[in-house]
Design a protein around this ligand. Structure first.
Ligand code: FES
Length: 78
């Protein structure tokens, strides 16, 4: 239940009242697959059946893209 996701943002997102749902709550994405980061858009449903101890990569970081198992998460030194 781990996945590699590429993030391009280089700073914080500022949330305000417009980010709250009808119930007044703010749902923050923790799966990394949302197109509305940092907010959850329901994309995490694609990851619900991921197995423990397996690392996944979704093609294009798209929850509807091809999902494959990878050996490990690639780290890039800068
Ligand atoms: S937790 Fe990532 S889309 Fe919901």
């Amino acid at each position: 239940m781990t996945r590699e996701v590429t993030h391009e943002a280089d700073g914080p997102a500022i949330l305000d009242a417009s980010d709250t749902g009808d119930d007044g709550k703010i749902f923050v994405c923790r799966c990394g697959l949302s197109d509305s980061k940092p907010l959850c858009d329901g994309s995490h449903k694609a990851a619900e059946d991921e197995a423990d101890g397996v690392v996944y990569k979704y093609e294009g970081d798209d929850p509807e893209g091809e999902r494959r198992e990878i050996d490990e998460i690639a780290y890039v030194d800068e």
